[in-house]
Design a protein around this ligand. Sequence first.
Ligand code: 4NP
Length: 152
Amino acid sequence: MKFLMVCLGNICRSPIAEGVMNEKLRQRSLNGRADSAGVLSYHSGENPDSRAVKVAAQYQVDIKNQIARQFRRSDFNEFDYILTMDRSVHAEILQMAQTDTERSKVHLFLEFAGASEITEVPDPYYGGPEGFDMVFKLIDEGCNRILARLEK
Ligand code: 4NP
């Protein structure tokens, strides 16, 4: 199981999703890995936003050494599940897909998790710390649901 978590900047939401999923895979001794990428190249080479690092650390997930990178076409080949944080990111990634196989790998993260009410992980970049806590909880629950679904 290879997961690629994708958001806009790859410094807030998808690094958290990468860290949380890798932690859960490890805890459950599951064979798999998660990586993350952004639609934008603007933050490439940077570590995650300090607010994201902080909230993850509060939940014992260490993301501080991750390095942001932009999504690339070869990711369609490399990963089994390309999970997008919101609809605008989803549309951008789908636009880059060239085959049905590539398109079939792209899912809205919370929809794939089977969440019914909230289907997008909101962009916390311009908000306060409570936004990051909400993002963490949405992602944590989403990863639990995704692993439960795939383990069946
Ligand atoms: P992310 O948050 O997509 O969760 O990493 C953002 C980070 C940076 C920007 C937008 C969203 N930005 O416009 O620079």
